[in-house]
Design a protein. Structure first.
Length: 255
C-alpha cells in the first residue's frame, strides 16, 4: 500500500506573484501556514496527449469538464524511483486527482504501451479506460518546476504552493533528463496555487487584497502548448512568405 495520498478533491485557485509580492506574502503567512516537511522540491512531469494535442486544446477552451494524464516524479528519477501516474479532472471548478505509484520505468513503459502494471485497483482501471478512450496517447511535453508547499496551521486541508523556474520542452521526454527546458515565467515571478477543501479563509483574502494579488487563469502545460503553437504558426507564415517571394522572383525572371 502506498504511503502517499491517492485521491484528492479540492478547489484550486492560481495567482502570479512578483518577487516583492511573494516576499511580502511569505512574511504575512507566518502563523496561518507553514512550509511542509519536504521544503523546496523539484517536481518533474510528462504530460500525455494525442498526436493533435486534443487534450490540451480542449482544456484551453475552458469546458465544464476537462481532464489530463501525466507522469510525475519528485526529483530526477532513476529506473526504480517511485513515481506517480495521475489523472487530473476538473468539473465546474472542482479538481479531482487520482493517482497510483510505480517504479519510474515501469510507469513510463506502461503509459507508452510497452507493458502492463501488475496490479488491480479502481484507479488503475480508470487510467486504463483513459488510455483506451484517447487513441494514440504519447508523451507530449515535459514540465518541471521548483515548489515550496505550505500547509494551514489550523486547517490542514489548506495548502498554498509557490512554483518557480517553470520550464517546458517537447524533446527528450524522459524525466531522467532532469529539469531542462525553456522558462515560462519572467525572472522573479512565482506561480501560487491556493488549494482548499472548505471555504476560502477570510484572513487570506484580506492579505491578497492588501497586496494586490488577484486570481489568474494559468495552465503550465497550456502555456507551453500555446508558446509551441505560436512558434509553429510563425514558422509556417515565414515558410509561406519565402515561397511566395520565390514565386514572384520566378515570375519576374520569365516576364
Amino acid at each position: 500500500m502506498s504511503q502517499f495520498k491517492e485521491i484528492f478533491q479540492r478547489t484550486e485557485i492560481k495567482y502570479l506573484l512578483s518577487e516583492a509580492q511573494y516576499l511580502a506574502l511569505r512574511e504575512r503567512l507566518k502563523g496561518l501556514a507553514e512550509v511542509d516537511a519536504y521544503g523546496e522540491t523539484d517536481i518533474l512531469n510528462i504530460y500525455y496527449d494525442t498526436p493533435d494535442f486534443n487534450l490540451i486544446r480542449t482544456s484551453l477552451e475552458k469546458p465544464i469538464y476537462k481532464e489530463k494524464l501525466r507522469l510525475r516524479s519528485y526529483g530526477t528519477p532513476g529506473r526504480e524511483t517511485p513515481s506517480f501516474i495521475e489523472i487530473k479532472k476538473k468539473y465546474q471548478g472542482v479538481v479531482y486527482k487520482r493517482r497510483i505509484d510505480a517504479p519510474y520505468m515501469d510507469a513510463k513503459d506502461y503509459l507508452e504501451g510497452k507493458k502492463d502494471l501488475n496490479r488491480k485497483s479502481q484507479i488503475k482501471a480508470e487510467i486504463d479506460a483513459f488510455r483506451t478512450g484517447y487513441q494514440g496517447l504519447r508523451p507530449a511535453m515535459a514540465i518541471s518546476y521548483k515548489r515550496i508547499a505550505m500547509i494551514g496551521t489550523e486547517d490542514p486541508e489548506l495548502r498554498i504552493t509557490f512554483d518557480r523556474e517553470i520550464r517546458w520542452r517537447t524533446e527528450k521526454l524522459d524525466l531522467r533528463e532532469g529539469a531542462k527546458g525553456e522558462d515560462l515565467l519572467l525572472p522573479g515571478q512565482r506561480l501560487m496555487e491556493v488549494k482548499i477543501a472548505n471555504a476560502f479563509p477570510m484572513e487570506l483574502a484580506r492579505m491578497f487584497s492588501e497586496l494586490g494579488i488577484f486570481p489568474v487563469s494559468f495552465s503550465k502545460y497550456g502555456r507551453g502548448y500555446e508558446t509551441m503553437a505560436a512558434r509553429r504558426m510563425i514558422g509556417a507564415y515565414a515558410i509561406r512568405g519565402i515561397g511566395e517571394a520565390y514565386e514572384r522572383r520566378e515570375e519576374v525572371a520569365y516576364a
